[in-house]
Design a protein around this ligand. Structure first.
Ligand code: F6R
Length: 594
């Protein structure tokens, strides 16, 4: 949450900072600002989106600067709370992503020492601490300031008269982009893809001095070398490519994402995912942890893995897992996180690692914190996901979970060979769903008139109902609840009626008859029923008020085709309601706070 950026080189910093900030807006977008070193430090910030701030900003000519796009934690969105924050002399500017947990004590102490605060933020203590410790050596002053700070941070420090920017991180991501006689610092790779594909991933405790010519990194006072990496993502992947929104583009990318994952992890008919912990044996249970959409992926993963591996799978919300103790003997943990930076998931991973549990990360972001904590990382090949609502990363996560299950399955070989064949057909099955876009859009326009919607499913499609509801509520602001079909009559039935449509995810598997019964019960209460069903299902055609059809696939793969239809449904409902689809209110993509 919050995106930070820094530039140092021969070019004018201001347009570069704005351009990078536009690409970081998915991390927060309630206010933003820049600071550029001219003869002194010029700051321009406001409660605006980056594009608007860029348009209204005065021109600054300096070649060193920092920028920030905010997701408010301490103090609401306001001009004063927007970053960059300054010290008393207005010669030190700081942008920060993270949370300073002891900021109140520090603020009281600094106030007693004569420092004057103008914002409600935790961040503002940082420039004041640096000011306090500055005696001619900026790096030392930053180091001393960070010693006083508890919490998480990725910061960039700009001081007038200094030839370099200082970058430091602890529990929040930060990268350095290497250019030709210019360097960039950013929260994430997409920010700098327009300028360079060479990056250094800073590690926790690193303090980097970045000039236009070089990057020097120290940890605990000692020089360290951080390898340079070539980024696999392209600029095009981080652009809208003619689509109106990133979300729509990312939904449409899913056939390719599935193919990429297949290419990455399969050799002819075999999966090549190697999990030494599974190979070595002795694993008696699997623990899967995640948040949000990734949590829905692991809920589906539980069905996949239990069916194909016959090992019990426990699924936990990372945010809950962190607050009680667990029995973890002979357990391997799988943490699933698109960003690799979700605070709750990282905390659970650390906790698991500390008690000696092997933790495998499934993440989309190379060099992310999750990949550093995990004993093994499997990357999803979704490419950069910019829209706040996760779509293609969810499908990519499922693909990895399918591969893991198939790689170590004890099920008979014919079943696995059949599944592999179907898996290879999955991109075209997903394309078939995408080809129904115009029809789904019509349903969405109808749905957009309601304020409350239920999504129901059973078995492996219960988490699909949860995910469908999450997608709808987060981008269209329609109140949507996902519910296990069998649970409706245990309470939620009280809310049914003509104004509350129910979207039923129906698969022709062992849950089918029960679903039909549930739909009849719902219809008897007057709720309109929109079914998501397999093509050729005439019974559903007769029973439901409207039907979106998806291609027939093995039940294990039904979440993939069903979820794509529900993503489109949510997208077009939000569009009909004129919502800010890629940047929904109050949200941010990387949830780096607990
Ligand atoms: C919803 C969404 C969020 C994320 C959640 C976890 O569309 O995107 O619910 O899934 O914040 O994020 P990651 O996967 O980055 O850990």
């Amino acid at each position: 949450m919050c995106g930070i950026v820094g530039y140092i080189g021969d070019k004018r910093a201001q347009p570069i900072l704005f351009n990078c900030l536009k690409r970081l807006e998915y991390r927060g977008y309630d206010s933003c600002g820049i600071a550029v070193a001219v003869s002194n430090i010029e700051v321009y910030k406001d409660v605006l989106r980056v594009e608007a701030l860029d348009k209204t900003s005065p021109r600054f000519d300096g070649t060193i600067g920092v920028g920030h796009t905010r997701w408010a934690t301490h103090g609401g969105p306001s001009k004063l709370n927007a970053h960059p924050h300054l010290d008393c002399t207005a010669s030190i500017a700081v942008v920060h992503n993270g949370v300073i947990t002891n900021f109140q004590e520090l603020r009281h102490q600094l106030t007693r020492e004569g420092h004057n605060f103008v914002s409600e933020t935790d961040t503002e203590v940082i420039p004041h601490l640096i000011e306090k410790y500055y005696h001619g050596d900026l790096e030392k002053a930053v180091e001393a300031a960070l010693n006083d700070i508890e919490g998480s941070y990725a910061i960039i420090v700009l001081k007038s008269g200094e030839a370099g920017l200082i970058a430091a991180r602890k529990d929040s991501p930060l990268i350095v982009g290497i250019g030709d006689r210019e360097n960039y610092i950013a929260s994430d790779v997409p920010a700098i893809l327009d300028y360079t594909d060479r990056v250094i991933y800073l590690e926790d405790g690193d303090i980097g001095v970045v000039t236009g010519r070089d990057v020097k990194v120290k940890k605990a006072g000692t020089d360290v070398t951080r390898a340079e990496h070539k980024v696999m993502w392209t600029v095009e992947e981080a652009q809208k490519a003619g689509y109106e929104h990133f979300m729509l583009k990312e939904i449409h990318e899913q056939p390719r994402v599935i193919r990429n994952t297949l290419g990455e992890y399969s050799r002819s008919t075999e999966s090549v995912i190697d999990l030494p912990a599974m190979r070595e044996g002795g694993i008696e249970s699997i623990l899967m942890i995640a948040c949000g959409t990734s949590y829905h992926a692991v809920l589906i993963g539980k069905y996949i893995v239990e069916e194909l591996l016959g090992i019990p799978v426990r699924v936990e919300l990372a945010s809950e897992f962190n607050y009680y103790s667990h029995t973890l003997a002979r357990t391997i943990a799988i943490a699933v996180t698109q960003s690799g930076e979700t605070a709750d998931t990282l905390k659970a991973m650390r906790k698991l690692s500390e008690v000696g549990c092997r933790v495998v990360a499934i993440t989309n972001v190379v060099g992310s914190t999750a990949s550093r904590i995990a004993s093994q990382t499997i990357y999803t090949r979704a490419g950069p996901e910019i829209s706040v609502a996760a779509t293609k990363s969810f499908v990519a996560q499922l693909m990895v979970l399918y591969w893991i299950a198939m790689a170590y399955s004890k099920t008979d070989a014919r079943r696995i060979a059949g599944l592999l064949m179907e898996l290879r057909q999955l991109p075209s099955r997903v394309q078939q769903v995408l080809d129904e876009e115009a029809k789904i859009m019509k349903f969405a326009q109808y749905l957009s008139r309601f304020e409350n919607v239920f999504y129901i499913g059973r078995g492996i499609n219960y988490p699909v109902a949860l995910e469908g509801a999450l997608k709808l509520k987060e981008i269209s602001y329609i109140h949507a609840e996902g519910c296990a079909s069998g649970e409706l009559k245990h309470g939620p039935f009280a809310l049914l009626g003509v104004d509350t449509p129910v979207i039923a995810v129906v698969a022709r598997d062992s849950t089918y008859e029960a679903m039909l019964t549930n739909i009849k019960e719902i219809k008897a209460r007057g709720s309109p029923v929109m079914a998501l069903a397999e093509e050729g299902d005439e019974i559903i055609e007769e029973l439901a008020d409207s039907v979106i059809t998806v291609p027939q696939v093995d039940t294990l793969f039904s979440p993939v085709v069903n979820v794509v239809a529900l993503q489109l449904l949510a997208y077009y409902a939000a569009k009909e309601r004129g919502c800010s689809i890629d940047f929904p209110r109050n949200l941010a993509k990387s949830v780096t706070v607990e």
